[in-house]
Design a protein around this ligand. Structure first.
Ligand SMILES: Nc1ncnc2c1ncn2[C@@H]1O[C@H](COP(=O)(O)OP(=O)(O)OP(=O)(O)O)[C@@H](O)[C@H]1O
Ligand SMILES: [Mg+2]
Length: 281
């Protein structure tokens, strides 16, 4: 069994500083030596990662590791104290208008507007991005059908089960055809059977769409199932291990997958020590 691989380090001198959004070879997301504090508390400590077009990358870490904070840095709701974040070639905090519409997010709670039907909730994002009402509703109908809600288009959120609401949230996230789709613990509030079904549907749809996705989760099995690549976050937030389905074929080898899982558990149990190991290596 191969252990999770330590994230390779790349010096800033190796990187092109100003990539344009149209450069298809450029990573869709770049995080370079990013540091962030809340008050005096160090939350993200030298995070470094890349996500390439079409990749599904899981950011996996125990609770409080800084996953959501890292996500907020990626979407520009907070600014790094130090280091560089770009999404589709642009710094998200400084250029929010230009990245508007290039990404979408499905959160742990579905965040549907209670006064709008499932159809109109999904259509809203498209309308905000400039599509006509008729076109938005047509696209919304298609995506709600893809996620199995063809019979629930005209139901209000109070009339939907938790799983159905989360399906509507996924439909909304896919419908805007984002360059990056983020999941932040999107399945963790659901019972395991429902969560498993949604994971399978998400996996099928994102594969079909070649959707670049960042899956933020504390669930190892979810990361193993959904991602092409898993970045394990230590605390404070930094990448302390990486597992790639490209170099390690654990997806088709249950015994290997179990071994990889055990390695990840070990890393998540002692994030400080693991972070230290990597720094010393
Ligand atoms: N707005 C905030 N102000 C101050 N501290 C914060 C704030 N948001 C998060 N923190 C702190 O930052 C640390 C990381 O929190 P974060 O929410 O990023 O963790 P997480 O990995 O997403 O955890 P979980 O798996 O529970 O969602 C925690 O110690 C948390 O208390
Ligand atoms: Mg979180």
């Amino acid at each position: 069994m191969q252990p999770p691989q330590t994230t390779p380090r790349t010096s800033s001198a190796d990187r092109t500083p100003s990539r344009t959004p149209n450069d298809t070879d450029a990573p869709v997301i770049e995080v370079e030596d990013v540091w962030f504090h809340y008050g005096d508390t160090l939350i993200v400590a030298g995070a470094q990662l890349e996500v390439r077009r079409g990749e599904r990358v899981a950011i996996l870490g125990s609770t409080g590791a800084g996953k959501s904070t890292l996500l907020n840095l990626l979407i520009g709701t907070i600014k790094p104290d130090r280091g560089r974040v770009t999404i589709t070639g642009l710094p998200p905090y400084d250029r929010p208008k230009e990245i508007f519409g290039r990404f979408s997010i499905a959160f742990q709670s579905p965040r549907l507007l209670p006064w709008r039907t499932a159809l109109d909730n999904v259509a809203l994002g498209l309308e905000i991005l400039g599509s006509s009402r008729a076109e938005s509703r047509e696209v919304a109908r298609t995506w709600l059908t893809h996620v199995g809600l063809a019979d629930a288009l005209h139901l209000y959120p109070t009339q939907l089960s938790g799983g159905m609401k989360q399906r509507a949230s996924l439909a909304r996230a896919f419908s805007v055809r984002p360059e990056v789709l983020f999941l932040d613990e999107a399945f963790s509030a659901l019972d395991e059977v429902t969560a498993e079904r949604l994971r399978q549907d998400f996996h099928a749809l994102s594969t079909q769409e070649n959707q670049t996705a960042v899956i933020v989760t504390h669930n190892i099995d979810e990361a193993l199932f959904l991602a092409d690549r898993i970045l394990v976050l230590g605390r404070p937030g930094r990448v302390i291990g990486e597992v790639s389905a490209k170099t390690v074929d654990w997806k088709n080898d249950p015994a290997l997958a179990a071994g990889v899982r055990a390695e990840i558990v070990e890393l998540m149990r002692r994030p400080q020590a693991a972070a230290q190991q990597r720094v010393e290596a």
